[in-house]
Design a binder for this molecule. Structure first.
Ligand SMILES: Cc1cc2nc3c(=O)[nH]c(=O)nc-3n(C[C@H](O)[C@H](O)[C@H](O)COP(=O)(O)O)c2cc1C
Length: 184
């Protein structure tokens, strides 16, 4: 049987602390008719039969949360480099400025990986009440750091406001580029 694009097996794997990345992962899985799993619930066996892996993690100090673990898992699954296809998306509270996205790419991928692994940034939000105790401590320290600054950027002021009432910028329309790339 000749394999068509429709036979491609795709899995969406994600890590999410407060639910924003989980929402994007669900939208992408539904759009592609793909399987959906949390990174912390899977091992190498769970990914080895897929042609395409889409990994999504929230941004933590510019790093895509769980990405290193995902890369190690792919290596342990004994998969040849470049196969299966890996695509990555990061979900952060910051507005999607080109310079921010370029910074995230450089912090998470080598130049060779940047050629090979398509990366997408989606805007999530911030909900302090949904963080686990560990991340609540980290983000409280971060809040104090911003609050102490004599002059604050508009993004920093927006961040401080989000501690008082949760901010949600998620938008299902923004996944279109990733969905098209997987299909192509
Ligand atoms: C410890 C920590 C560090 C963060 N660092 C960043 C960051 O560097 N850039 C950013 O845009 N958002 C940052 N955020 C905000 C989260 O990425 C954002 O709230 C995201 O939508 C959370 O997604 P999740 O609920 O799937 O974990 C950080 C949040 C935490 C808890």
């Amino acid at each position: 049987m000749v394999s068509s694009g429709d036979d491609m097996r795709t899995i969406i794997v994600y890590s999410s602390i407060s639910g924003f990345t989980e929402r994007y992962a669900g939208w992408i899985a539904a759009a592609l008719g793909a399987d959906l799993r949390r990174l912390k619930e899977i091992g190498p066996r769970d990914i080895r039969d897929y042609d395409c892996i889409v990994y999504g993690g929230s941004l933590h100090a510019v790093g895509v949360y769980g990405l290193r673990k995902m890369k190690r898992l792919i290596e342990r699954a004994g998969l040849a480099r470049g196969a299966p296809r890996l695509l990555v998306f990061g979900v952060g509270a910051s507005p999607p400025k080109p310079e921010t996205i370029a910074q995230i790419r450089d912090a998470n991928f080598t130049p060779e990986e940047q050629e090979r692994i398509p990366f997408f940034y989606f805007r999530g939000g911030f909900d302090f009440s949904r963080l686990d105790p560990f991340h609540k401590v980290i983000m409280t320290l971060f809040k104090w750091k911003i609050a102490r600054k004599p002059t604050k950027t508009p993004d920093e002021l927006g961040m401080l406001k989000a501690y008082e009432s949760p901010a949600d910028f998620t938008d299902p329309a923004t996944i279109a580029g990733l969905v098209d790339t997987v299909r192509s």
